[in-house]
Design a binder for this molecule. Structure first.
Ligand SMILES: NC(=O)C1=CN([C@@H]2O[C@H](COP(=O)(O)OP(=O)(O)OC[C@H]3O[C@@H](n4cnc5c(N)ncnc54)[C@H](O)[C@@H]3O)[C@@H](O)[C@H]2O)C=CC1
Ligand SMILES: O=C(O)[C@H]1O[C@H](OP(=O)(O)OP(=O)(O)OC[C@H]2O[C@@H](n3ccc(=O)[nH]c3=O)[C@H](O)[C@@H]2O)[C@H](O)[C@@H](O)[C@@H]1O
Length: 465
């Protein structure tokens, strides 16, 4: 079966870049990305590629090549479903904020809505691909909705989770470690549908890197991959606290264990805590699924990864307060970085938000500089926590477009994101304009500690005494 037209529901961080790369690599496949969010679609169609709604290095070039050729962004969900042979569901699946499973389960209302939209609009057979990260066995619910349309159309449901990381999305999509495709391996039609998707990816991904499994393994592998990655960060962060008490150095420990090929050297960077839209949400979801199957010990095991992460963010904030003589009331603290990692404008679950919230509750005055995050986003993030009212948040926190201004007159600087440019700042100039003793809290271990100490800074780096 040769796919001619693809529709992707959801033009977010995953749907946009993923479909742009598919369109670029498969010029004979027509790709339409739809979204109910008109502003987002408008931004995807903006002539000025600097205004794309997602910032990812290299994305602008891919969009420039494919958009208008075989890549289209629009809000006509129904029309795009009708004409497509293959429909990707790439909508958000956040943690539920209400009802049963509140605070843990994935909220699948947008997924169900997509299934219903597909069921209502489809007039011919379709392959439906789960691209969103979903609890294991979600395909069962999607199938149930699709198979009860009553108009005789047939659907094959595949799971094709996305493993891209933000900031390196284009690189990851161009040369993935693997592509995972789960489907109904017990029927001809199921295998045929899987092969159709394999063919799309095989336009640029070597066949041996495209793994096929049953649909449940594929769904669960995505949650498992994120749980393992986050667990590594929590493990190294747990040991960073021990290092601070023992004069061991976490960077040396990471290097020492990372050279063991069984352990590997990636994801061993101690930090102020992991953020991002998925690690926490996916682990909470895993914990919830385990609990619903009565697997209490398994659930508790994975929950500890989140608890450790919360502890790490909290202790970073507490350490700032302690070092500033146990009070930050009225003191200016400069934040370098607000995004959850470098090279992205995404702030979802960023450690910076929680550290800021902790310090604001102690009446600190925070000035934030981030090269890619806008002030409205920072306020939206801090307001969302509902710890204090919006007026107070704006009184206590502001954003500053110049890093040197942000640091001027500050008692302390906290590095919350590992943006490369922070390393090359004129730290002497920053020091000269700060209150003394000038303190730096490096939550990402990116700055040259010895150099800063020579200038006169007091420096705290995660995981070093
Ligand atoms: N952000 C990331 O780096 C990664 C995310 N994922 C998963 O991919 C999924 C999507 O994540 P993001 O792209 O980050 O989310 P997002 O929130 O950036 O984008 C989702 C989009 O879907 C749209 N949408 C929701 N319901 C719709 C409907 N019925 N019809 C049309 N549009 C609709 C929303 O308006 C939104 O623009 C999630 O399940 C996430 O866990 C997986 C790998 C990486
Ligand atoms: O499902 C998802 O959304 C994605 O989640 C992560 O990608 P992402 O969250 O974009 O970014 P990561 O590079 O994984 O970083 C996550 C967080 O962990 C932190 N981190 C990462 C690595 C490390 O060694 N130390 C560390 O503190 C980062 O600073 C960041 O806050 C996974 O890496 C992707 O494979 C997955 O597709």
């Amino acid at each position: 079966m040769k796919i001619k037209k693809i529709c992707c529901i959801g033009a977010g961080y995953v749907g946009g870049p993923t479909m742009a790369v598919i369109a670029q690599k498969c010029p004979d496949v027509y790709v339409t990305v739809v979204d109910i969010n008109e502003t987002r679609i408008k931004a995807w169609n903006d002539e000025d590629l600097n205004n794309l709604p997602v910032y990812e290095p290299g994305l602008d070039k891919v969009v420039a090549e494919a958009r208008g050729r075989n890549l289209r962004f629009c809000t006509n969900v129904e029309g795009a479903i009708q004409e497509a042979d293959m429909i990707f569901i790439s909508v958000n699946t956040p943690t539920k904020t209400y009802g049963e499973g509140k605070g843990q389960a994935a909220d699948l209302k947008w997924i169900e809505l997509c299934a219903r939209q597909i069921a209502a609009a489809a007039e011919s057979d379709k392959i439906v691909v789960e691209k969103s990260t979903l609890p294991v066995r979600t395909a069962e619910a999607i199938r149930d909705i699709l198979e009860n349309t009553g108009n005789g159309t047939k659907f094959q449901i595949l799971s094709n989770p996305e493993f891209l990381a933000e900031g390196t999305a284009i690189e990851d999509l161009m040369a993935p470690d693997r592509v995972l495709i789960g489907g109904d391996t017990s029927t001809e039609e199921g295998l045929e549908a899987m092969e159709a998707l394999v063919e799309i990816y095989n336009s640029w991904v070597p066949r041996e890197k495209i793994l096929t499994t049953n649909v449940w393994s594929s769904e669960l592998s995505k949650l498992t991959a994120n749980a393992f990655l986050a667990q590594r960060v929590s493990s190294i962060n747990a040991l960073s606290e021990l290092c601070e008490n023992t004069e061991a150095n976490i960077n040396e420990v990471s290097r020492a264990i990372g050279t063991d090929s069984r352990i590997g050297n990636k994801f061993l960077k101690a930090s102020v805590g992991f953020g991002g839209s998925c690690f926490q949400k996916d682990i909470l979801n895993l914990v919830y699924i385990c609990r619903t199957y009565g697997l209490k010990d398994v659930a508790d095991y994975w929950e500890q990864v989140i608890k450790m992460n919360d502890h790490q963010k909290g202790r970073f904030a507490k350490n700032i307060i302690k070092s500033l003589y146990n009070t930050v009331s009225g003191k200016k603290i400069a934040f370098l970085g607000w995004a959850f990692k470098k090279d992205t404008n995404d702030t979802r679950e960023s450690a910076a938000i929680y550290v800021a919230d902790h310090l604001l509750s102690e009446d600190a005055k925070i000035t934030v500089f981030d090269p890619k995050v806008r002030e409205e986003q920072m306020y939206a993030d801090i307001d969302y926590l509902n710890t204090r009212n919006k007026v107070d948040n704006r009184k206590l926190m502001k954003s500053e477009p110049c890093p040197y201004e942000a640091c001027k007159g500050a008692h302390a600087i906290a590095v919350l994101t590992e943006w490369d440019e922070f390393v090359d700042y004129d730290w002497q100039k920053i020091y000269d304009n700060m209150l003394k003793p000038a303190q730096v809290f490096d939550g990402r271990s990116i700055l040259d500690k010895e150099k800063l100490k020579d200038i006169g800074f007091r420096v705290y780096t995660i995981g070093t005494a």
